[in-house]
Write a protein that binds this ligand. Structure first.
Ligand SMILES: [Zn+2]
Length: 89
């Protein structure tokens, strides 16, 4: 009962999830951050959503960094090949 009132008072779930997405994509204001953490304290569903989002975020970031190293390695390899070419001449 109190939770329902607090939901209305602080932040509805739809707003909370929006803020979480926004926080991942860009930074949110300290006021928004405060409202979001208040909401996460009282709302179990949004807490679960937040955890899922954090896991997804980690997976994406890991994938991205793996891709990045692949690109870097091929660039290095390319550079090495060019050096070898130059040394052969
Ligand atoms: Zn919620």
């Amino acid at each position: 009962m109190i939770r329902r009132i607090l939901h209305k008072l602080f932040l509805p779930c739809s707003e909370a999830t929006l803020l979480m997405e926004k926080r991942n994509a860009q930074s949110i204001s300290s006021r928004e951050n405060r409202m979001l953490s208040m909401h996460l304290m009282i709302c179990k569903w949004c807490r679960m959503y937040n955890e899922k989002l954090a896991i997804l975020d980690k997976v994406f970031k890991k994938k991205f960094s793996e891709q990045k190293t692949e690109i870097n390695e091929s660039e290095i390899q390319d550079f090495k090949n060019k050096m070898i070419d130059k040394l052969n001449f």
